[in-house]
Design a binder for this molecule. Structure first.
Ligand SMILES: O=C(O)CCC(=O)C(=O)O
Ligand SMILES: [Fe+2]
Length: 367
């Protein structure tokens, strides 16, 4: 099976195993997800919240990640993983048709006869889905397989070796933990992760865990090349110069996430990853032309762990006063700015207060 990339709007590239058959685990929601209003209405009472937080804190993720829970042989999941019924999914990992996700074949992108069609397909996918899968991207299968294996090895080593990388607040270096939003979400989801920051201040090579060091470095090189290609095609799709989105800083910050979804004994009660839209500025920079898909991962019902390697490409988040907004080329009297300019600080404050949901953030920035 051909290795595959998926892309979610904000120049975020995903690799889910080497098989496209795994991709449907990350499905378009069939039922409407919670709106903010409904979320507020469904907010748990403060005493229930207190009990939940107590339970979360008692779960010492340095001693035992979600994988440790699975390994302990539990047959019922701790309460703080149980999602509200509206959030749970009735979807099952689906079959080969991978839910009709647009497939973009890059093999002939350097041919002047084919490039315009590829640009059109990409634009339509980014416009209508905010999500697509890229094939024939040129990343060697061996690099893909080795990276996946190395992330698996990282998560499958003794807990004390992983715990050396445990942090909760880090925005650089390496971070191993269970659920990025563990203390913010209404319910936890069934995964552990390791993050490695690659740019602008890359983690010291020695800081990267032994189990995946050389693979992460090789992976970053390959994924960056694909990201640059896709950013060029997306720029062309907007009718601006090929280098425009890159110049606008879209690929500036790079973080690799190696996510581990162990078997979950009650997959219908929780999720592998809570629903969210990825943080990025492509929707705003494209003046609303490219959208962001809301997505979530089903809890893994198979005995085989699911490994997912994600590389996030984002704007420069260090300079809090730095301003972003629609590309000036796209703003005309006929097509006025749909979003106002905003600072990185504003982006962060809102993104995190919205529970990792860039969709409501983007709505907030509308003119
Ligand atoms: O594991 C996956 O396939 C998706 C992960 C994801 O959506 C994320 O890390 O933002
Ligand atoms: Fe995501």
């Amino acid at each position: 099976m051909e290795p595959s990339f998926k892309k979610i709007f904000s120049s975020t590239y995903y690799i889910c195993n080497t098989s496209i058959y795994e991709i449907p685990q990350l499905c378009r929601p069939s039922a409407p997800l919670l709106t903010n209003r409904r979320r507020e209405m469904a907010a748990v009472s403060s005493s229930a919240e207190y009990n939940r937080m107590k339970e979360v804190k008692e779960f010492d993720e340095t001693k035992m990640g979600v994988k440790g829970l699975t390994d302990s042989g539990i047959t019922t999941i701790p309460k703080f993983f149980v999602q509200m019924p509206e959030v749970r999914s009735t979807l099952k990992p689906c079959s080969e048709d991978h839910a009709g996700i647009p497939l973009i074949d890059l093999s002939r992108m350097n041919s002047p006869d084919h490039r315009p069609r590829i640009v059109d397909e990409l634009r339509e996918a980014a416009k209508n889905w905010g999500f697509f899968q890229v094939i024939n991207h040129g990343v060697p299968v061996a690099v893909l397989n080795k990276t996946i294996e190395s992330i698996k090895s990282f998560h499958e080593q003794p807990q004390e070796l992983k715990a050396k990388h445990y942090v909760r607040t880090e925005q650089s270096g390496v971070m191993y933990a269970t659920n990025n939003d563990l203390f913010r979400s209404k319910a936890a989801s069934w995964h552990d992760f390791v993050h490695v920051w690659m740019s602008p201040e890359p983690a010291d090579v020695d800081q990267i865990p032994d189990a995946c060091r050389s693979e992460i470095v090789a992976w970053d090189k390959e994924a960056t090349m694909v990201a640059e290609t896709v950013a060029e095609l997306l720029s062309e799709g907007l009718g601006v110069a090929a280098g425009k989105l890159r110049e606008a800083g879209l690929l500036f910050t790079k973080t690799i996430a190696g996510v581990y979804y162990p078997f979950c004994p009650q997959p219908d009660l929780t999720l592998g990853l809570n629903h969210h839209t990825d943080p990025g500025v492509l929707t705003i920079i494209s003046n609303g032309e490219y959208i962001s898909v809301e997505h979530r991962v089903l809890a893994n019902s198979s005995n085989e762990p699911r490994i997912s390697i994600v590389e996030f490409f984002n704007m420069d988040k260090r300079v809090e006063s730095c301003r972003y907004g629609p590309l000036p080329e796209l703003v005309t009297p006929e097509s006025p700015a749909r979003y106002r300019n905003f600072t990185v600080k504003e982006f962060h404050d809102n993104f995190f207060s919205k529970g990792l949901d860039s969709k409501s953030l983007v709505e907030k920035l509308m003119v």
